[in-house]
Design a binder for this molecule. Structure first.
Ligand code: HEC
Ligand SMILES: [Cu+2]
Length: 454
């Protein structure tokens, strides 16, 4: 903003020459981001108003002026005999006072990028317009009747109680409307539920608070964890446009392939929701729900968990990356290769510094949500790791706790979630961070042999 624009509240008490004020006023509207239609409506009104009032200054003040005009002291004095004028004043007041960002919002649901999402959108619009027409007709007749048959005109109510014809009509019409609505709705729904003949099956498992994706038959699986930094969450840094909608490992899928999703959960009920795909399904422990999608356009589509699932419900977003099939296959190969590399990491000779560095990032991503970045925990639910007897105690007990967790208390079993090297790294990190200075380290080989012996 290079211009020095005075915002309406400061202008309220000032009296500015008409033309300058007019110009500035539009600058302000522009600056505040009013959409064109709103600016144009205000402009039409102003010109109209000006022509009517001839020598009156158009805009002595800003919103306050309109407010005054709409209320008695302003409007009734100037527009005493003109109801139309009063109405326009009222309308433009409402426009000026409506915060621009609110008007500019997209209120409708997205049309999405799949045939299903598009037919859901069309269905939504069809039903919406049917409701709109019904609303206009019903309220139109109602208000017209109220106005034209009012008591002051000496209207006498007509009596048609018990008329068979009227009763048949007002039963039949809604019935026909319902049938007309049910036909497209049923077609869309049966289509949405038909997950057969898929090209690719992905198992989606909800965890507190992350998603796990498993490509069935491909030996590829991974966790997808929130990637937004803590600085942004804690307002120490500017929030980026994908704030709380970004993950470390996106779900990569091919375009133009029918993908079947199998939803389940590891702990509580979650819900996998990506508006652009029109997929929203509950992930329930002990049950498997299914749904499917076929994405037409490559792109990144974002969503969120849509079932209140505990403290970090808002922090388990979904990111789906749809890419052409060749790219998808290349990605799949890379995933398999990195899995092999992770297996090789067990035999590698790790130094303590390497483990500490790797452990810090594993901790930040997997443990800090509950035990906090500084290890202070959130007692009583999540115990501190800083100064914990288990962390400072013997290695085997510590490893066992992290590998097996305490599911009933809310400590996940990381043996099934992290690679052996990651577990060793995070344990080493815990044992040598904050006030915990055991000085020892836990190697991937130690973790592996403990897991093998269990
Ligand atoms: C979802 C929340 C959650 C996450 C994430 C989590 N923990 Fe825990 N953790 C707990 C809870 C709850 C307990 C207490 C269990 C109990 O009462 O026995 C606990 C206990 C522990 C303890 C024992 C502390 C003590 O003194 O009793 C250790 C060690 C530990 N967690 C390590 C980790 C590590 C390492 C990670 C990351 C890889 C991690 N936790 C991630 C919830 C969590
Ligand atoms: Cu959830």
């Amino acid at each position: 903003m290079t211009e020095n624009i005075t915002v309406p509240s400061q202008m309220q008490r000032r009296i500015i020459p008409a033309r300058l004020s007019f110009f500035r006023f539009f600058k302000a509207l522009n600056y505040l981001g009013y959409p064109d239609w709103q600016k144009q409506t205000i402009l039409i009104f102003l010109v109209w108003d000006w022509k009517n009032k001839k020598k009156r200054p158009i805009l002595r003040t800003k919103s306050n002026f309109y407010l005054q005009r709409a209320t008695n002291d302003g409007c009734t004095i100037r527009c005493k005999e003109n109801a139309m004028c009063r109405l326009l004043h009222l309308f433009s007041t409402a426009l000026v006072l409506t915060p621009a960002p609110l008007v500019a919002l997209e209120f409708n649901m997205p049309a999405g990028v799949t045939d299903t999402s598009q037919s859901v959108f069309n269905l939504h619009m069809t039903i919406f317009y049917i409701c709109l027409v019904i609303g206009i007709i019903v309220f139109g007749i109602m208000f017209w009747s109220i106005f034209h048959h009012r008591k002051s005109k000496g209207a006498k109510a007509a009596q048609f109680h018990g008329s068979v014809l009227v009763e048949v009509i007002w039963t039949l019409i809604p019935l026909l409307i319902l049938i007309a609505m049910a036909i497209p709705a049923t077609t869309t729904l049966t289509d949405m539920y038909d997950a057969t003949e898929s090209d690719l099956d992905i198992q989606v498992t909800g965890h507190q608070w992350k998603w796990h994706y498993k490509y069935i038959g491909e030996d590829v699986d991974f966790f997808s964890i929130l990637a937004t930094s803590r600085e942004e969450i804690e307002n120490r840094k500017q929030k980026n446009p994908n704030y709380l909608l970004e993950v470390d490992n996106a779900l990569v899928v091919p375009t133009n392939k029918k993908i079947r999703f199998l939803f389940t959960s590891n702990d509580v009920i979650h819900s996998w929701w990506v508006p652009d795909l029109a997929v929203k399904k509950d992930a329930i422990p002990g049950f498997i729900n299914e749904s499917w999608t076929l994405i037409n356009e490559p792109g990144t589509y974002r969503g969120q968990c849509a079932e209140l699932c505990g403290k970090h419900h808002a922090f388990m977003p979904i990111e789906v990356k749809a890419v052409p099939e060749v790219e998808y296959l290349a990605w799949l190969d890379a995933q398999k290769a990195s899995k092999l590399a992770a297996a090789g990491a067990v035999d590698k000779d790790w130094s303590k510094d390497e483990l500490m560095a790797a452990g810090a990032s594993v901790y930040e991503k997997n443990c800090a949500v509950c035990h906090q970045a500084d290890g202070s925990g959130l007692p009583p639910a999540f115990p501190p790791l800083n100064g914990s007897a288990i962390v400072q105690g013997d290695k085997t007990g510590h490893m066992q706790l992290v590998i097996n967790g305490r599911q009933e208390k809310g400590m996940p079993a990381f043996g099934a979630q992290l690679s052996v090297a990651d577990i060793a790294a995070v344990i080493t990190y815990e044992r040598n961070s904050w006030d915990n200075q055991t000085g020892d380290m836990v190697s991937p080989a130690e973790v592996q042999s403990l897991m093998d012996s269990q």
